[in-house]
Design a protein around this ligand. Structure first.
Ligand code: URA
Length: 256
């Protein structure tokens, strides 16, 4: 049915109504839609349009993520999301890799060049180091056994241009999708790789102080660790990373 308004305006109107407190799309009196003639809603006049709030990308993301019933639906919701500029410059939507039944979910920052080309997280040099790190405590993204497996994703699913840091607004609009992703996978433990994933889920940065201490986010234990890209640049910090991997292994053994 064409009501003479474009989809963006329709969405803005809907969000506006939600902000005003509307919770159900029903009227006070029943309408027999088989008998009622279609009502043409006149276009919103220009002065009224100026009063409409801008579409809030975070609200749209929340609604889209909440509507995803499983991880395939969540991937489709992300693919359909139009408010993140990063999508325009990226080749692929990098959603996840590994075993969705894994006890451990690893959250990185954003895809780099190799991930963008292959459409999978952590497949470049940092990813190869990540695989070796987890292999040292018996965890493998390809393992069919959930007790030995990993599930891997990132805060941002699209590669930022020239691998620049994520903007706060980009993180804010991707956070509802990440939170839903964690809820759908329901891992026992989250491992946050580096500052940006700590910023997104713990609301804190400063990985040197955060790493090696269990924290809590989204109702589950969270272990911040040095990002493998940092370890490639600072090999001496692998000592701390090894300590953190052993902490993770001990926790998994305790709760096996
Ligand atoms: N760094 C990340 O944080 N994620 C990737 O997928 C690759 C590199």
């Amino acid at each position: 049915m064409d009501y003479g308004i474009d989809p963006h305006t329709a969405l803005a109107l809907l969000e506006w109504q939600i902000e005003l407190g509307a919770t159900e799309a029903i009227g006070e009196t029943p309408v027999n839609r088989y008998e009622a003639a279609p009502v043409a809603v006149p276009p919103v006049p220009a002065p009224a349009m100026a009063l409409l709030p801008e579409v809030d990308p975070v609200l749209v993301a929340r609604a889209a993520a909440a509507g995803a019933a499983d991880r395939h639906g969540l991937r489709a919701a992300l693919a359909a999301y139009k408010h993140c500029e990063l999508k325009k410059g990226a080749k692929s939507l990098v959603f996840s890799d590994g075993n969705p039944k894994a006890r451990v979910m690893v959250i990185g920052e954003a895809p780099g060049r190799d991930e963008d080309i292959q459409g999978k997280p952590f497949v470049g040099r940092a990813g190869q180091l990540l695989d070796r790190m987890f292999a040292s405590i018996g965890l493998d993204r390809a393992a069919p056994d959930p007790a030995r497996a990993l599930y891997i994703t990132n805060v941002l699913p699209w590669r930022p241009p020239q691998n620049r840091d994520p903007e706060p607004q980009e993180v804010a609009m991707m956070l509802p999708f990440l939170e839903r992703h964690v809820a759908l996978i329901d891992p026992q433990v989250l491992v946050l790789m580096g500052n940006h994933s700590c910023g997104a889920l713990l609301g804190r940065k400063g990985i040197t102080r955060l790493r090696g201490h269990w924290a809590q986010a989204l109702g589950r234990p969270v272990l911040p660790m040095f990002h493998p890209a940092y370890l490639l640049r600072n090999p001496l910090a692998k000592r701390e990373a090894w300590h953190d991997l052993l902490m993770l292994q001990a926790r998994l053994r305790e709760t096996a």
